[in-house]
Ligand binder design. Structure first.
Ligand SMILES: Cc1cc2nc3c(=O)[nH]c(=O)nc-3n(C[C@H](O)[C@H](O)[C@H](O)COP(=O)(O)OP(=O)(O)OC[C@H]3O[C@@H](n4cnc5c(N)ncnc54)[C@H](O)[C@@H]3O)c2cc1C
Length: 432
């Protein structure tokens, strides 16, 4: 690879990097993307939920051509205790219409297609190449060093979108290794099942999908959750918990996933399925307090590399795409001004502050920590909810007044009403 100079180098062809490359290339910039996988998505084997609003702002009417699995018409949360669960959800078949709200994808297919759109817009994608370090000159980032012979690349601006393990951000000293309370460890399987079986089991039509999220005993009360998402001919089944909790518990994530899969309610959904893929991955959950500097002279950092995940709403891909899109736009602004210093690139942070990305991350900055310090939300409260609803629905000749008295007595034995009030007020305050 000969030494070359571009307007923009993007490192990583995940949702953040491809959104940045597509935006910058569409704006007429000379863009190169460096991706370590054999093809974009090759290393990103997760299935998951993506969001249409973000995609539409990048590729209008993308759903006509993109390799989507299923459009989500029902999202349901289960609070699990023992063999039972309290659930709440929302189902609306209109979400299957154009434009969809959110949808499942298999990243190996979706990322590849998404990157092809960036290529069609003019971005040059180099695969099977690892960006090893940033090249700096006079306090400014001017390029990257890759693992290829003579593989140095130069650009006016480098967009760092290499995911949670960001080699570049760590190597450049923007942040140290993530601490165990700043990342969750997720394990996940793709379980194949015939299309008709999935549609029958989840009560959906062709093209429609559901997301089920499970909290409480499935993670042994640790902060995190488990999930089942429907793809066309498979289910994405996984579980993630804060690494710090996991280390303290001494439990192995695969054991937790196996236990989750054997829960009677989940086993019935997976019955007859065959595991096709298996993966483990970190999810950045440190939020704004763990963020590296988002920009500097000659660089911007997007997506997981910048800790942009809202774990409470399972939104990482859309924050990645939004930050990538904004970085692409700011690269164009910098080109127009011929100024790639912090003077112009600080616009990246300003625009992120006006978008849902930093607004949501600021709003929920303390929520995960609050739950970590108040683990009864995921252990005692599922137990109490189970007891209360079991008692309420059990027809045993007792009057409803008597049932409510029994429920209140048992609740008070476990935790005073005053403390319960304080717990939920604290949660409310930490989500404001
Ligand atoms: C199990 C699991 C389930 C999830 N479910 C959801 C979900 O349902 N919805 C949702 O919105 N989010 C979900 N997320 C989070 C979501 O996957 C991420 O937030 C999102 O992928 C971040 O995009 P990104 O482009 O920043 O990083 P990534 O998707 O990680 O992409 C980074 C890219 O950079 C490449 N790369 C890395 N290092 C280098 C290097 N040195 N040189 C060259 N290339 C490099 C990688 O190969 C990769 O292609 C989930 C995460 C996990 C682990």
């Amino acid at each position: 690879m000969a030494e070359e100079k571009f307007d923009v180098i993007v490192v990583g062809a995940g949702p953040a990097g491809t959104a940045a490359a597509l935006t910058a290339a569409k704006a007429g910039l000379d863009v190169v993307v460096v991706e370590r996988g054999d093809y974009p998505g090759a290393k990103n084997v997760m299935g998951g939920v993506l969001y249409a609003d973000m995609m539409s702002s990048l590729i209008p009417e993308f759903w006509k051509n993109a390799p989507l699995e299923r459009r989500i018409i029902e999202q349901r949360y289960f609070l699990v205790h023992g063999e039972s669960a309290v659930s709440i959800g929302y189902r609306n078949p209109q979400y299957a219409n154009d434009p969809p709200n959110n949808f499942t994808v298999l990243r190996a297919k979706f990322d590849k297609w998404f990157a092809e759109q960036a290529e069609a817009a003019g971005a040059f994608i180099i695969t099977e190449t690892v960006a090893r370090e940033l090249i700096r000159e006079n306090g400014k980032v001017i390029g990257i060093r890759t693992d290829r012979e003579e593989g140095d690349l130069y650009a006016d601006v480098v967009i760092i979108a290499d995911g949670v393990n960001s080699l570049l951000a760590k190597q450049a000293g923007f942040h140290p290794e993530w601490k165990p309370d700043q990342v969750a460890l997720a394990v996940k399987e793709i379980i194949a099942l015939p299309k008709e079986v999935i549609e029958d089991r989840f009560n959906i039509e062709s093209g429609q999908g559901v997301t089920y999220e499970f909290f409480g005993q499935v993670t042994n009360g640790m902060v995190g959750n488990a999930f089942v998402y429907t793809n066309n001919e498979s289910l994405s089944v996984g579980l993630g918990v804060m690494l710090a909790d996991l280390v303290k518990s001494g439990l192995h994530p695969y054991d937790l996933l196996d236990e989750f899969k054997s829960h009677p309610m989940v086993a019935a959904l997976l019955k007859g399925g065959e595991t096709k893929e298996y993966m483990a991955h970190l999810i950045p959950e440190g939020g704004v307090d763990a963020m590296p500097p988002l920009y500097g002279n000659g660089f911007m950092i997007c997506g997981d590399a910048a800790q942009m995940v809202n774990a409470l709403t399972r939104e990482g891909s859309n924050m990645a795409m939004e930050s990538g899109r904004i970085a692409g736009e700011v690269a164009k602004l910098a080109k127009d001004r011929n100024d790639f210093s912090v003077n112009t690139l600080s616009e990246y942070q300003r625009r992120l502050e006006k978008s849902f990305v930093l607004q949501d991350l600021h709003q929920f900055r303390n929520t995960t920590k609050y739950l970590e310090h108040n683990q009864h939300f995921l252990s005692l409260y599922p137990e109490l909810a189970d007891m209360a609803l079991h008692e309420f629905f059990l027809v045993d000749g007792a009057s409803k007044r008597e049932k409510i008295r029994r429920i209140m007595d048992r609740v008070k034995q476990k935790r005073s009403l005053w403390r319960i009030g304080r717990d939920f007020y604290g949660l409310y305050k930490n989500m404001k």
